[in-house]
Design a protein around this ligand. Structure first.
Ligand code: PLP
Length: 404
């Protein structure tokens, strides 16, 4: 008799955004005349930049010609894209990452959830609290987290690292040493960043203890301030202890096109075993590559024109973020993030719970955000708004919230 993977039964409730979706659908069906503005889910709204559209068109035409038709992509991804990534994202920032250490994929979500497969099932993971839920849930599915504890609202075998206003939403080094450490900067959901000095402390800690840092830099392109690392490989020794994930989703609006990559340095080991060949094997066995036309679109992000256009797009979202941040702050809210990230993290007024504030915003001013508690217990009494809406909707939403 077939049985299920019982680890899946330990997953908690419905995914955060399903619950939000259900509440919004119910509200909308009871109030069909109300215009609901969604600043909740982190999807982009700006169309793909013209230089990328041109590259897509021409790649589509290539697929229609016998002489230029492409089938399966090379395992690691096309060299033209890996070269452009290595040159622009790493070499230009002083990071010694070669094209062969870059694995092109269809996005960071798959990579940061699949990466745990190459590590032992007894590895202990550490995550930030609050956290992007994918890191935890993928480890629950793999049976690495133990039982869920209703009292602590966490899994028994996971090390949760509180991210609070007191530590600037960047976690302190844990006293109990983890094997795998998930870090994400600029952070989703808090919009926080980490300084190079503090990230270096993490790298030193991981090297000293033989831990691996799984560094999610999906929001790297939103960094505006000096002194904030764009890649963990800007830190000394990071090639000996870190894997990095990147995404074209928020950088260039590829949430629907799907493109990302993972960096695994050739010398990186865990317990004396090299990780690069394991991920190469996993990639080759379970994945057949991002489509050629999408990789050509990715390459166009690095052309002079493409770079300028996507920079403009990111600036548009950052202006929304500033509007939200300033608008709420001047209305008396306690607000964080929004400067180097498309996320604004605010303290709920009057000590309301995150879901109480969600209901209030939805019912009173028809604005949808994301309850902080959905990202972990330390997210309670916080609320996430995103800068990915249109300018018009963002302005209207903030005016409505200010007038509550
Ligand atoms: N990592 C973080 C922290 C995210 O917030 C997201 C998307 O919201 C992803 C990864 C997923 O990126 P992708 O669209 O490349 O799968």
């Amino acid at each position: 008799m077939a049985t299920v993977n019982k680890n899946y039964l330990r997953l908690q409730g419905s995914y955060l955004f399903s619950r939000i979706g259900e509440k919004v659908r119910n509200f909308q069906s009871e109030n069909p005349d109300k215009k609901v503005i969604r600043l909740g889910i982190g999807d982009v709204t700006r169309p793909i930049a013209p230089a990328i559209i041109t590259a897509l068109h021409s790649a589509v035409d290539e697929m229609g010609q016998e002489s230029s038709f492409k089938g399966y992509a090379p395992d690691l991804g096309y060299e033209f894209l890996r070269n452009a990534i290595a040159e622009n994202d790493f070499k230009a920032r002083g990071c010694d990452i070669s094209p062969d250490e870059i694995f092109v994929s269809d996005g960071a979500k798959g990579d940061c959830s699949n990466i745990q497969e190459i590590f032992g099932s007894d590895n202990k993971i550490a995550v930030c609290d609050p956290v992007y839920p994918v890191y935890v849930d993928s480890n629950v599915m793999a049976g690495r987290t133990g039982e869920y504890d209703d009292i602590t609202e966490g899994y028994k075998d996971v090390i949760y690292m509180p991210c609070t206003r007191e530590n600037g939403f960047a976690p302190d080094l844990p006293s109990q040493v983890p094997d795998l450490i998930y870090l994400c900067f600029p952070n989703n959901p808090t919009g926080a960043v980490i300084t190079k000095e503090r990230l270096q402390e993490w790298v030193d800690y991981a090297r000293k203890n033989g831990s691996i840092i799984l560094y999610d830099a999906a929001y790297e392109s939103f960094i505006t301030e000096e002194g904030i690392p764009h890649s963990i490989y800007e830190c000394e020794g990071a090639k000996e202890c870190a894997i990095e994930f990147r995404s074209f989703s928020k950088t260039a609006g590829f949430t629907g096109l799907r493109l990302g990559f993972t960096v695994i340095p050739k010398e990186l080991t865990a317990g004396g075993e090299k990780l690069w060949p394991l991920w190469a094997r996993r990639h080759g066995t379970k994945y057949n590559g991002a489509p050629y036309i999408i990789q050509k679109a990715g390459e166009a992000c690095y052309s002079q024109e493409g770079r300028a256009q996507i920079k403009e797009q990111v600036a548009y979202y950052l202006e929304n973020a500033k509007y939200i941040y300033d608008g709420l702050k001047s209305a008396g809210y306690e607000v964080y993030g929004g400067v180097n990230a498309p996320y604004i993290w605010l303290r709920t007024p009057g000590n309301m719970t995150s879901w109480e504030f969600f209901d209030q915003l939805l019912e009173k001013v028809n604005v949808v955000g994301t309850p902080g508690s959905g990202f972990g217990p330390h997210g309670e009494h916080y609320f996430r708004l995103t800068a990915f809406g249109s300018r018009e909707n963002t302005i209207e939403a903030i005016e409505r919230i200010r007038n509550i």
